[in-house]
Design a protein around this ligand. Structure first.
Ligand SMILES: [Zn+2]
Length: 211
């Protein structure tokens, strides 16, 4: 038996840079799978931190919630280590290029598979549903795991409300619309595993973003 589907979590520390500013940040690491295989959600600062959670399992995919550097920086290095494709929404290309280079750069590195709203990522016989939730970033996605009763929200929804929209490539009106149309459609008891900080639930955040 491969065991039950589960979520493994750790926190990894590093920096986030955009618009000429650099901040120290703690990112949540999320790995979903059973005893045999898993999917890695985001690749922030340290391949070693992620491999500790993977614990020798086969990695089916490296899924990026968006391409701010504190979510995608070590994705190419992790890809080399675990031989799994990098999945990212194509609208993240401008942000991805800030970290991993433009096409005319000989060192440039692209992801492998485009994510699309309504598509699925398979892991251990289960499905993670891709929800395109632009606003914090144009190609930001959330991953809904109905069998686990949770959703991985990246930087789109945190405990206390929507993610930041004050920097380039963000839009405050769009993020609220995304949350209303995609995340508030989920059951109230759905646990939101966020990109930074503590978990919340859809029900707990509903009042702050509906209206
Ligand atoms: Zn972000």
């Amino acid at each position: 038996m491969a065991g039950d589907l589960r979520v493994d979590h750790a926190v990894s520390s590093g920096t986030f840079s955009l618009d000429g500013e650099t901040h120290q940040v703690d990112n949540n690491l999320w790995v979903v799978g059973d005893d045999d295989e898993c999917v890695v959600i985001d690749a922030p600062h340290s391949v070693e931190d992620i491999e500790a959670l993977v614990a020798g399992r086969t990695v089916r995919a490296i899924v990026l919630t968006h391409a701010h550097d504190d979510h995608c920086r070590v994705a190419p290095a992790l890809r080399e280590r675990v031989t799994a494709p990098i999945l990212l929404h194509p609208d993240e290309r401008p942000l991805w290029e800030l970290t991993h280079g433009r096409p005319d750069d000989p060192e440039a590195y692209l992801w492998d598979v485009d994510l699309a709203d309504g598509s699925h990522v398979e892991v251990a016989g289960n499905r993670l549903e891709v929800l395109h939730t632009p606003g914090h970033a144009p190609g930001a996605v959330c991953l809904h795991a109905p069998d686990l009763g949770c959703v991985f929200t990246g930087d789109t929804l945190f405990q206390g409300g929507p993610g930041a929209t004050g920097r380039s490539y963000s839009d405050a009106d769009v993020i609220v619309q995304s949350i209303r149309s995609s995340l508030l459609a989920l059951p109230d008891d759905t646990v939101a595993h966020t990109g930074h900080g503590p978990d919340t639930t859809i029900g707990a955040e509903r009042a702050g973003v509906s209206g």
